[in-house]
Design a protein around this ligand. Structure first.
Ligand code: HBI
Length: 104
């Protein structure tokens, strides 16, 4: 069972993701979740990004909530098992940012 991030966890691992110079993820209003929108050159790169993230998600047994239209992918991360942010979301966010960087 995943454990919700503590206040200390959030200061140490979540805060960098929210900073502009690192991940530029954003907190979701009304939910203990984070979100980020990725824009790619075209649909093929957006889909390649989703395919790459899907493989990481399966390996991690942790899956994003996402919406795609053409070259844009909106990603939201939260952990169903604890109704909030867990370390799994932080780890998946890092994989997601790496996948986006390699396709930009
Ligand atoms: N993905 N975001 C998210 N949150 C979960 O709690 C979660 C998941 N993927 C798989 C998963 N949990 C499984 O561990 C449980 O459904 C058994």
């Amino acid at each position: 069972m995943a454990r919700r991030l503590s206040a200390e966890d959030r200061a140490q691992t979540l805060a960098p993701l929210l900073s502009a110079e690192h991940g530029a993820w954003a907190l979701v209003d009304g939910r203990d979740a984070i979100k980020k929108t990725f824009v790619f050159a075209d649909f093929n790169r957006a889909f390649a990004f989703m395919a790459s993230v899907a493989l990481s998600a399966e390996k991690m047994d942790h899956h994003p909530e996402w919406f795609n239209v053409y070259n844009r992918v909106e990603v939201t991360l939260s952990t169903h098992d604890c109704q909030g942010l867990s370390a799994r979301d932080i780890a998946l966010a890092a994989h997601i940012d790496a996948a986006a960087t390699s396709l930009s």
